[in-house]
Design a protein. Structure first.
Length: 90
C-alpha cells in the first residue's frame, strides 16, 4: 500500500512540476509579450507613414521629370502624364 502511495506521489510530482514551471514562465513573460506587441503596433504605424512619404516623393519626382521633359520637347503628352498621375492615381 505504501509503495502504491509513493508511486502515485511520484507520478503526481512528475505531472505537476512541468505544469508549474510552464505556468511560472508564462506569468513572467506576459508583460514582456504585451510590450513587444505595443512595439509591433508602433513599428507598423511607422512603416505606414514611411510608405506614404515614399509615395509622395515618387509623385513629386515624376512630376518634376515630366515638367522638365515638357519644357525640353514642348510635347503635351508629358503634361497629360502629370495630369494622369495626379488625378487617376490617388
Amino acid at each position: 500500500m505504501a509503495l502504491r502511495a509513493r508511486l502515485k506521489h511520484k507520478i503526481l510530482i512528475l505531472l505537476l512540476v512541468p505544469l508549474l514551471v510552464d505556468s511560472a514562465l508564462l506569468i513572467k513573460l506576459m508583460p514582456e509579450m504585451e510590450q513587444l506587441e505595443q512595439k509591433l503596433v508602433a513599428e507598423a504605424a511607422r512603416v505606414d507613414r514611411l510608405n506614404l512619404i515614399n509615395t509622395v516623393l515618387k509623385d513629386i519626382s515624376s512630376g518634376i521629370a515630366n515638367l522638365m521633359m515638357f519644357k525640353i520637347y514642348n510635347d503635351k503628352t508629358y503634361l497629360l502624364k502629370i495630369q494622369r498621375d495626379i488625378f487617376e492615381n490617388p
